[in-house]
Design a protein around this ligand. Structure first.
Ligand SMILES: Cc1cc2nc3c(=O)[nH]c(=O)nc-3n(C[C@H](O)[C@H](O)[C@H](O)COP(=O)(O)OP(=O)(O)OC[C@H]3O[C@@H](n4cnc5c(N)ncnc54)[C@H](O)[C@@H]3O)c2cc1C
Length: 309
């Protein structure tokens, strides 16, 4: 009999703990076990983690249509959540996501704030002598991504919008996602209400996962890439390619922001292909070969119906 989703979640969590514990043990053995031996064992552990994730996915596929349980590709550490190592628990709530860890996060920042400002913004520090105190006494917000492993409880309750899949706001799409949820759910209920919540989650998750990835990538782009001359050349080239091939090549930002007929998962997938083409064409500083660009675009990107506007 196929295992149920509820049986797979704790199983996955046990594996997570076991693999993370093995990882910690290996790091603790540094110095007492030869380096080569430790390196080999760590490589084995990475492989075991990958094999286990694949196995869990395969088991989850038997229990379709629910998606597989989540297993992190690397040990989950406090620092990934912005928490000090000493913290053993943190409380999540749905209204102000990560409320408690935001407080801990602020506390951790408060400890290093003066030094950070002294190094990065020395002229600002004398103007705000009580900087750390102000930081700690003003409300802290935390921008994060909610990855909720299950959105529905049978057909009785369903999470939509931010409660199911909040994202960082760097693509300005969170509210749009919530509106899209409403439209999709409404259509499902209108056509065939049976198992509507299950079908909603099975169909929708690929798109909300995709925009979560793109929102984070857009942050990295705004933070770093815009100062890179190659990135600027790629942006100019992407616009030229869009003008030449409007039904096949649309910059990913435009697909997400201005083409509501293109699902987020399609934008992510096509965006990856387009980026590979741009990377190839700008590998050197020579003028990009537009004939080669046309050939690659026709080979690798199918036409998007109704794309040109
Ligand atoms: C800084 C920032 C900028 C953003 N910019 C954009 C943007 O430019 N474009 C965009 O599309 N999105 C943007 N977003 C995202 C957008 O605000 C959210 O995705 C959207 O508000 C989610 O809507 P929601 O209805 O799912 O949740 P919410 O808007 O959070 O609504 C949930 C509601 O439920 C209420 N509630 C909670 N608990 C209870 C309870 N127990 N009983 C009764 N009521 C309760 C809350 O008070 C709240 O009013 C931004 C978000 C942030 C933080």
């Amino acid at each position: 009999m196929a295992p149920s989703r509820l049986e797979l979640e704790p199983l996955s969590a046990y594996w997570q703990r076991a693999l993370d514990a093995a990882d910690k043990a290996l790091w603790a053995a540094t110095g007492s076990v030869p380096d080569d031996d430790l390196r080999e064992r760590r490589q084995h552990l990475v492989q075991e983690r990958q094999q286990t994730a694949r196995l869990l996915e395969a088991v989850a596929r038997v229990a379709r249509p629910q998606p597989g349980p989540w297993l992190s590709p690397a040990p989950v550490r406090n620092t990934m959540l912005g928490l000090p190592e000493a913290v053993h628990a943190c409380i999540f709530d749905l209204e102000r996501v990560l409320t408690d860890s935001a407080a801990v996060h602020a506390w951790a920042w408060g400890e290093v704030f003066d030094d950070f400002f002294a190094q990065e913004f020395p002229d600002a520090l004398p103007l705000i002598p009580d900087l750390a105190a102000q930081f700690l006494t003003h409300p802290q917000g935390m921008l994060g991504t909610v990855r909720c492993p299950r959105w529905h409880d049978g057909e009785r309750l369903l999470l939509i919008g931010d409660a199911a899949h909040a994202i960082v706001p760097f693509h300005g799409q969170g509210m749009n996602c919530a509106f899209e949820d409403c439209g999709i759910l409404d259509a499902l209920l209108a056509t065939d209400p049976s198992h509507a919540f299950t079908r909603f989650e099975a169909d929708r998750r690929k798109d909300t996962d995709a925009i979560a990835v793109m929102a984070l990538e857009n942050y990295a782009e705004m933070r770093d890439a815009v100062r890179d001359p190659r990135f600027i050349r790629q942006k100019a080239l992407a616009m030229a390619l869009e003008r030449a091939h409007p039904d096949r090549f649309i910059p990913r930002y435009s697909m997400v922001m201005f083409h509501d007929e293109i699902p987020y998962s399609t934008a992510l997938e096509r965006g990856r292909i387009q980026q590979a083409i741009l990377d190839e064409l700008t590998a050197t500083e020579a003028v990009p070969d537009l004939q080669e660009a046309a050939r690659q675009i026709n080979d690798r990107l199918s036409p998007l119906s109704g794309a040109a506007r």
